[in-house]
Design a protein around this ligand. Structure first.
Ligand SMILES: [Zn+2]
Length: 145
């Protein structure tokens, strides 16, 4: 009897911890970028090939990650041509971006992303991206005026 009670409380504690972790990662989505070693910005080309900016300098990567403060929003109908890819030692996190959306794509399944999470584009993150894009004077990135 005592043993059963113990097992029951252990199970409750484990569920409690799992629930806390779930709530924490839901309310702190920035955590998913922890451990990023490289950030790649991509713009899909139509006539011309895709453009890429790859950031690997650790100080730059940390500074850019520090600008990511995510607030949830609902999906909008705009179509994105830009993407930010966060390379971590064992996985890659992809975000589809525009001037006002930051959509974390989640895992690809059967050729699409069933678990996209929508957030507002953090102003600081877009400013970093825009600065990098505009520094490519021989490329034409679509990052506003
Ligand atoms: Zn958008």
């Amino acid at each position: 009897m005592r043993r059963k009670k113990l097992i029951r409380s252990a199970v409750l504690i484990i569920f409690g911890i799992a629930a806390l972790i779930a709530v924490y990662s839901w309310t702190h989505p920035e955590r998913v970028f922890k451990g990023t070693t490289a950030i790649t910005f991509t713009e899909r080309g139509f006539q011309e090939p895709d453009m890429k900016i790859i950031v690997t300098n650790p100080a730059d990567v940390q500074r850019i990650l520090g600008t990511i403060q995510l607030a949830p929003k609902s999906a909008c109908m705009c179509s994105h041509i830009q993407q930010a890819t966060f390379q971590k030692p064992n996985e890659m996190v992809e975000a589809s971006i525009c001037g006002h959306c930051f959509s974390i794509l989640g895992r690809k399944k059967d050729g699409w992303y069933p678990n996209v999470r929508e957030y507002w584009m953090p102003a600081g993150f877009y400013a970093e991206f825009r600065r990098l894009a505009l520094s490519r004077t021989n490329e034409h990135w679509h990052v506003g005026e």
